[in-house]
Design a protein around this ligand. Structure first.
Ligand code: SF4
Length: 388
């Protein structure tokens, strides 16, 4: 079982390729004031350590622009300058080496300035993201319309804006169509992908915080990815920047599109469980984190911790390694075979010892050319930017 991606043209963002069968990229966003060089640099480093593959920074004035230029000169990640209202800042960011600028058609509509930006982006080999947000469509808030009508309006807005770029033969473009409504986000992105092959950057905007925000983003981003739509993503959380990156990676791993860490399969426990499963789980999780090479070496490796002899043996046997609790003793499975019957008190330790003997490498899921994503043959050429 695998997810088939739709075809998106490849777009270069610094050293990264987005679309064209490349792995879905996880974007981060700094939340510091960009002009605060020290704080922003620290956050950039934290985002890189958390696994962000490109990072967006707000550039809202000259001080931010100066800091962006400095950060660009030292960052090992591609940087995206987020620009609103001021085309001169987009030009400045491109001159400073921005790998991508993100523009909002709702607030940057001077055609002469836009043409300057496009020409400079082409000269610098930079990408441009057209970010359409349901909350800032051109014309401002009008009469309330249905969700579907909002989605159509978002796609029409993106299409009209794209024409400005296509007229100047610029195609190194990424598009995002975001709403705080999951159904509107889904409808807009699905409609766009029916007509255009530009890579889509996914997100449910202003998703909120905590569990509800994670659920909204997982459904909004996950449903599109499950349809094979989406080439980059950023989870929007009212919370620390690194948590957005972690959530994005969890979504990709849950869909088996990419692997970043071992996957823990554990039962919820019920009245049949006669062991302290949560304590076993805690010890397994802690022990995993201490294993050499964690998490990359164990990426995609399935570790099961199950509470009883009902579903336990089946799940534990299906995992790469797993335990099923019983009464005084449990079962330890390795690649589907029972290898030990450890005492209940030592189940976690037996699993970890067996795991270190197993010496796995990461389960590779990094490219459309590999399992599990298969890309349909691409009809090449710029004439394919709009689907007929
Ligand atoms: S595996 Fe056993 S203990 Fe766990 S939820 Fe299922 S039936 Fe209950």
């Amino acid at each position: 079982m695998s997810i088939k991606s739709t075809v998106a043209r490849p777009v270069r963002i610094g050293r990264l390729t987005v679309g064209g069968g490349a792995p879905v990229r996880v974007q981060g966003m700094t939340k510091t004031r960009t002009a605060d060089l020290k704080a922003t640099r620290l956050e950039l480093e934290a985002l890189a350590a958390a696994g962000a593959e490109l990072v967006r920074l707000a550039v809202k004035d000259e001080e931010d622009l100066a800091a962006f230029a400095r950060l660009k000169s030292i960052s090992r990640l591609p940087l995206v300058a987020d620009i609103h209202f001021r085309g001169d800042l987009a030009l400045g960011a491109l001159a400073a080496g921005a790998d991508k600028v993100r523009l909002n058609p709702g607030n940057l509509d001077d055609p002469v300035r836009l043409a300057e930006i496009i020409r400079l982006a082409r000269r610098k080999g930079a990408a441009i993201r057209i970010g359409v947000n349901s909350g800032s469509l051109p014309g401002g808030p009008g009469e309330p319309v249905s969700g579907l009508e909002t989605a159509r309006l978002m796609v029409r807005t993106a299409a009209a804006y794209l024409e400005n770029f296509e007229t100047l033969d610029f195609h190194n473009l990424v598009v995002s169509l975001k709403s705080s409504s999951v159904p509107v986000t889904l409808a807009a992105n699905r409609l766009f992908r029916r007509h255009f092959d530009y890579p889509l950057h996914l997100g449910v905007t202003e998703a909120g915080r905590g569990g509800p925000a994670l659920v909204k983003s997982s459904i909004g981003i996950g449903a599109l990815l499950a349809d094979g739509i989406g080439e980059t993503l950023r989870v929007s959380l009212s919370g620390p920047a690194v948590e957005e990156v972690a959530a994005g990676r969890w979504i990709l791993q849950a869909l088996e599109l990419r692997n970043f860490q071992p996957e823990l399969i554990s039962c919820p426990t019920c009245g049949r469980c006669r062991s302290d499963l949560f304590s076993i789980l805690d010890r397994v999780e802690d022990g995993l984190k201490r294993l050499p090479g964690y998490p990359e070496r164990y990426a995609g490796f399935k570790v099961a911790v199950m509470g009883c002899e009902v579903n336990g043996p089946g799940e534990a046997a299906a995992a790469d390694i797993g335990v099923a609790c019983g009464g005084k003793r449990g079962l330890l499975f390795r690649k589907g075979r029972v290898v030990e019957r450890p005492p209940a008190a030592g189940l976690a330790e037996a699993l970890l010892a067996e795991l270190s003997r197993l010496n796995p490498g990461p389960v590779k899921r990094e490219s459309n050319g590999d399992h599990p994503i298969k890309t349909k043959p691409k009809r090449g050429g710029t004439s394919n930017r709009r689907r007929k």
